[in-house]
Ligand binder design. Structure first.
Ligand code: NDP
Length: 287
């Protein structure tokens, strides 16, 4: 593929992307607001542009990986995007991605949004499991798939430019809940005679064993039968929650990370759904 490639934004993620493309032998033009960050890449073979507009002019495929959507708008303000293929790997909301897509198309570019499901060390590392969600122009994605696949796996999730961000943020939101649970678990055991390095793999193993739960919730939501395939029902889980809370109290750990979800489980149970799992909580919080 000899499409000319430009990358704007050389933070931790942008630098990792640049290194992956250079390592694959791709010629690459880069630009960063703080020029010093481009020096090591120049030594590795990248062309360094003086301005963002010049960097855009040098590439047919223009990838941006900046702090946030506002910085993307600012950086591309003076660039001529006509005829360009613009890929925005900056994390943002679905609405921001849709607005950025309309903005780019008005200026004559094809637009693809990306949500990176990886941390910088996973970029360009074969078998790391890292990948990028893409949404927006299917023709752009198809034309540049091989280039996009160099730094990480590619998962196209639809023409709606907001879908990559939607998938990205949904996964990150679930991860946030998991991190909250990990913090609570460590708070329970830390001040006891428990070796945290032995406890950690038990915790990780248990979380891994539970991840299939998501598939059951999907089946329940799709079928409308929230009792389908339930092995641990809500009545039992709410009783169990009381034990979790009493243990927190005994260990003098604040229950504040657990109680919002437990309150919703209780509300769904009280509404008369003892045989469901937790899928009904989705109905309580979704608009
Ligand atoms: P960094 O903070 O390391 O880098 C931010 C980049 O944005 C720098 O190149 C910075 O330039 C530039 N920037 C910020 N504001 C402006 C502005 N107003 N005008 C011009 N340039 C600006 O962030 P990362 O590289 O880690 O992240 C980049 C994107 O990738 C983010 O959207 C992030 O959410 C996403 N991402 C990052 C992951 C990670 O683990 N790091 C994981 C998944 C996604 P300067 O050098 O001049 O400050």
């Amino acid at each position: 593929d000899n499409t000319s490639l430009t990358l704007l934004g050389l933070g931790d993620m942008g630098t990792a992307l640049a290194r992956a493309w250079l390592a694959a032998g791709r010629s690459l033009t880069v630009w960063n607001r703080t020029p010093g960050r481009a020096e090591a890449l120049a030594a590795a073979g990248a062309e360094v542009a003086d301005t963002a507009a010049a960097a855009v002019a040098a590439g047919d495929l223009v990838v941006v990986c900046l702090l946030d959507d506002a910085s993307v708008r600012e950086v591309l303000a003076d660039a001529d995007l006509a005829g360009k293929d613009l890929v925005d790997l900056t994390t943002g909301t679905p609405a921001e991605a849709r607005a950025r897509a309309a903005w780019a198309e008005e200026r004559g570019a094809r637009f693809l949004d990306g949500g990176i499901m990886a941390v910088p060390p996973m970029i360009g590392a074969e078998g790391s499991g890292g990948y990028v969600f893409y949404s927006g122009s299917r023709s752009l994605f198809d034309a540049h798939r091989a280039t996009l696949a160099v730094p990480a796996g590619t998962v196209y999730v639809g023409e709606d430019p907001g879908f990559a961000a939607l998938h990205d943020v949904a996964l990150l939101s679930a991860m946030t809940g998991m991190f909250a649970g990990v913090a609570h678990a460590f708070a329970l055991v830390r001040d006891e005679d428990v070796a945290l390095k032995d406890f950690a793999p038990m915790l990780a193993g248990w979380l891994t064993a539970m991840t299939g739960y998501a598939n059951g919730v999907a089946e329940q939501l799709d079928s409308g039968d929230y009792t389908r395939g339930v092995t641990s029902n809500l009545a039992m889980m709410v009783r169990g929650n009381a034990t979790l809370l009493r243990t927190a109290e005994e260990q003098r750990v604040s229950p504040e990370l657990l109680t919002p979800f437990m309150d919703l489980m209780r509300r769904r149970l009280d509404a008369g759904h003892p045989d469901e799992g937790t899928a009904g909580v989705v109905d309580l919080i979704a608009r």
